[in-house]
Design a protein around this ligand. Structure first.
Ligand SMILES: Nc1ncnc2c1ncn2[C@@H]1O[C@H](COP(=O)(O)OP(=O)(O)OP(=O)(O)O)[C@@H](O)[C@H]1O
Ligand SMILES: [Mg+2]
Length: 384
C-alpha cells in the first residue's frame, strides 16, 4: 500500500510510522512537507492510496487546499493527525470535508490506520477479500435472508471462501438461517478476546455449515452487544479480508458506529427494499445518510425483495421515486422461504429450483467473474 505522509515534523512522522508497527515494512511511505498541499502537480506525482496529514493549524490556506482535494475526490481516504484536537480544528476539518481527525498518540493512530488500510486493501482488490454489505431499508425487508443465501450460493458457485458476519446487535440470527445449531461463539467472543485475534482464532469463532461458507454469529444478548466497538470490527475485517475471498456483512439498520464502520468498509452495499410506500420512504432516508457519508453511487446496489409483478408499485416507479437503478429483483416465495428459514437450511439446498434461488444466484454470478477495480485513489483524483 502506498501511504503519502504530509508533515514537517520528524518526530510526528516517526510516531505515525511507529503506529503501523510490524506492518510498516509492507507499505511504501512517501513523506512530503505541508507546503506541497498547495502544489497539486507535485502531489499528483506521488502515487498514494492513503493520505495522512500532520501539522495543520489554524492557517486557512492548507485547509482550503485540502477542501479542494476532498471535493475532487470525496472517497480519497484522508487522515488528519493532530496533537491539539480543539473544537476549532475539528470545525476546520469538517468544513474541508475530512472525516478522520485523530489524536497523534500511537493507539489512536494505529486504530485509524488499520481501519483505513483494510478498507483500501479491500477496495483495491489486493489479496484481500471483497466486502459486501446488506442493509434493509426498513426492518424485515429480507436483508438477512438474502445475505445468508448469497453467502451460500457465492461459495458454492465460485468455489471460494466466504465469511458472513452478523452485525445485528439485538436478535441477529443469520447463523440460524443456514444452520440448525445455536452457535457456541459469537462476534462478542471475538471482541472480548480481541488481543488473540488472528486467522485461526477468527475461524474458531465461526460456524461453517457448508464447506467454504462460514458465519460469525451476532452477539446473543444486549449485554454482549455492548462489547462490540467499531475498532473491533476494523481489526476483524483486517484479518477477514486477508483470509476469505468474500466477506458479507449483515448490517444493523440502527445506524450506530458499528453499522457506519461496516458500510464505510464495504466495497458494495446492497440496500434491500420492498415495493411498499413506507419501505420506500425509509430507503430515501437511507440514501440521504449515504450521501452524507460521501458514498459514491457505484457503491450502492438496490434489490427489490418479495416482488409481486402485479403490485401497485412497479420497479420503474421505485426507480423514478428513488432516482436509482434497481439492480436485482427477487420474487416472493412465502412458503418455501419460510420453510428454509424455519429449518435453517439454505433455500438453494431445500428447493434449488425456486425462482428466489435463481435471483440470488444471479447476484452471486455478478461477483464470480468480475475482477475488483485496482486504481489508486490519488490516480483517480487526478484522472490518471
Ligand atoms: N423473497 C422472499 N419471499 C418470501 N419471504 C421472504 C423473502 N425474503 C424474506 N422473506 C421473509 O421475510 C422474513 C424477514 O426476513 P429477514 O429476517 O431476512 O429480514 P431483515 O431485513 O433481515 O429483517 P431485520 O430488520 O429483522 O434484520 C423472513 O423470515 C422470511 O421468511
Ligand atoms: Mg436481519
Amino acid at each position: 500500500m502506498k501511504i503519502l505522509l504530509i508533515s514537517d515534523d520528524k518526530r510526528a512522522r516517526d510516531r505515525i510510522t511507529a503506529a503501523l508497527g510490524e506492518q510498516a515494512v509492507e507499505h511504501e511511505i512517501t513523506v512530503v512537507d505541508t507546503r506541497t498541499l498547495q502544489k497539486p502537480d507535485e502531489l499528483a506525482a506521488v502515487p498514494a492510496d492513503l493520505m495522512v496529514i500532520e501539522g495543520l493549524g489554524r492557517e486557512a490556506a492548507p485547509w482550503a487546499a485540502l477542501e479542494r482535494i476532498v471535493a475532487r475526490c470525496p472517497q480519497l481516504p484522508i487522515v488528519v493527525a493532530t496533537s491539539q484536537q480543539s473544537a476549532e480544528l475539528l470545525q476546520l476539518a469538517m468544513r474541508s470535508g475530512v472525516r478522520e481527525v485523530v489524536n497523534i498518540d500511537e493507539a489512536s493512530l494505529r486504530d485509524v490506520m488499520q481501519r483505513m488500510l483494510a478498507r483500501i486493501a479491500a477496495a483495491n482488490g489486493h489479496a484481500a477479500g471483497k466486502i459486501i454489505a446488506f442493509i434493509p431499508a426498513k426492518f424485515s425487508c429480507g436483508a438477512t435472508f438474502l445475505a445468508t443465501s448469497l453467502g451460500y450460493s457465492l461459495s458454492k458457485r465460485s468455489g471460494k471462501r466466504v465469511l458472513l458476519i452478523d452485525l445485528n446487535m439485538e436478535g441477529g440470527d443469520a447463523a440460524l438461517f443456514v444452520s440448525d445449531k445455536e452457535p457456541e461463539t459469537t462476534l462478542a467472543d471475538v471482541c472480548r478476546q480481541i488481543q488473540r485475534l488472528d486467522a485461526s482464532f477468527l475461524a474458531a469463532c465461526t460456524v461453517t455449515p457448508y464447506p467454504g461458507f462460514s458465519v460469525l454469529a451476532a452477539p446473543g444478548d444486549p449485554e454482549s452487544a455492548l462489547l462490540v466497538k467499531p475498532e473491533h470490527l476494523s481489526a476483524i475485517l483486517h484479518v477477514a479480508v486477508n483470509n476469505y475471498d468474500y466477506v458479507i456483512l449483515d448490517v444493523d439498520r440502527v445506524m450506530g458506529g458499528v453499522s457506519i464502520h461496516a458500510l464505510d468498509a464495504a466495497n458494495i452495499i446492497f440496500v434491500v427494499i420492498q415495493a411498499v410506500l413506507p419501505y420506500l420512504r425509509d430507503a430515501r432516508r437511507l440514501l440521504k445518510i449515504f450521501s452524507g457519508l460521501g458514498y459514491s453511487q457505484e457503491k450502492n446496489r438496490f434489490v427489490v425483495n418479495r416482488h409481486d409483478k402485479v403490485a401497485d408499485i412497479s420497479v420503474e416507479d421505485i426507480e423514478k421515486s428513488l432516482e436509482v437503478k434497481i439492480s436485482h429483483v427477487i420474487p416472493n416465495s412465502y412458503r418455501n422461504v419460510i420453510s428454509s428459514v424455519n429449518q435453517g437450511v439454505p433455500l438453494a439446498v431445500l428447493v434449488p429450483n425456486d425462482p428466489v434461488v435463481h435471483g440470488i444466484e444471479a447476484i452471486a454470478d455478478t461477483f464470480c467473474n468480475k475482477p475488483a477495480e485496482s486504481r489508486s485513489w490519488i490516480n483517480r483524483m487526478f484522472n490518471k
